[in-house]
Design a protein. Structure first.
Length: 296
């Protein structure tokens, strides 16, 4: 894969390529810290259907776009997060499956106010609001055209609070270029860093377009009890949490397994196998920030 700081100007039909590939990767390569654990600590990388971390989702977006004759991506890193960026003199297009936006985010220099461009697009999950109206998540971009810095903010609607709140935010600078692929040693350190306080797989179903997640939080129990399947939870499209063994857990697991192409029990085993790998790799005195296992 070619890596340049500034990609060539997109062809006239690149917007269609961008939109199609973004949608494909969100559906076909779910975000999966469990998949990355097995990629870097397991005996062999798992199939792509089991998902990957944010960087590998972005790399797969870039690979598929180049394969279809599209432009070359630029990769900047912030806090361990990597989107695929398509940088021109007149615009930046953002493709970031980790903050799963419904359409490409494009920031046009012509829209700048005091040398700052702002834009936003809908993202998953698309939840039901207070009166049943759609309440899509949002991906917001801010581009400072003078120094080339870019900030991405991902917001979700929380049904319990009946309002939007920031969920993730990263600032990228042109000096923070990432080699592709990154060194294996760097990735292994990131995967067991203190900021990684859970293992998860998050899917968007191809039919109902609802987002669901299976999570093994690391906090709330002694370190020697990390590999405990009874601590598994699921989150449905509304952000409602269901514990392992509940009807809600099984209900959420079924469409996730269908998305991946496996049995629900296999999905649980995949996460737990990844937890065993994490348990062996992470320091025994590791302390994580608290994971909030409450409904949104």
């Amino acid at each position: 894969m070619r890596i340049n700081q500034y990609a060539r100007k997109p062809l006239r039909d690149d917007s269609a390529i961008f939109a199609g590939v973004l949608d494909e990767v969100i559906r076909d390569v779910p975000y999966s810290s469990a998949g990355s654990l097995q990629q870097f600590y397991g005996s062999e990388p798992p199939e792509w259907r089991w998902g990957r971390g944010c960087g590998w989702q972005a790399f797969e977006v870039a690979r598929r776009i180049e394969e279809q004759g599209g432009p070359t991506a630029t990769f900047m890193v912030s806090g361990g997060h990597v989107p695929a960026l398509y940088v021109e003199s007149a615009a930046i297009t953002v493709l970031d499956p980790y903050m799963p936006h419904v359409a490409p985010l494009r920031l046009e220099r012509a829209d700048a106010v005091d040398s700052v461009v702002r834009a936003e697009v809908d993202a998953y999950p698309i939840r039901a609001g207070r009166n049943g109206e759609p309440a899509p998540s949002r991906l917001r971009g801010t581009w400072w055209t003078l120094d080339g810095s870019l900030r991405l903010e991902y917001l979700r609607y929380g049904p319990c609070r009946e309002d939007y709140a920031p969920y993730r935010a990263y600032t990228f600078r042109p000096a923070s270029m990432l080699p592709v692929p990154p060194p294996d040693g760097l990735m292994r350190r990131i995967l067991v860093s203190p900021m990684q306080n859970n293992l998860s797989i998050r899917t968007v179903h191809r039919d109902d377009r609802r987002m669901r997640e299976i999570v093994l939080p690391f906090t709330g129990r002694p370190r020697d009890q990390l590999v405990d399947r009874s601590r598994l939870i699921t989150k449905d499209n509304q952000g409602a949490v269901s514990p392992y063994g509940s009807a809600g857990f099984d209900r959420d697991l079924e469409p996730m397994a269908d998305t991946i192409g496996c049995a629900p029990a296999d999905l649980v085993e995949f996460v737990m196998d990844s937890a065993v790998l994490y348990d062996k790799a992470a320091p025994r005195d590791r302390v994580w920030p608290e994971y909030s296992a409450v409904s949104e």
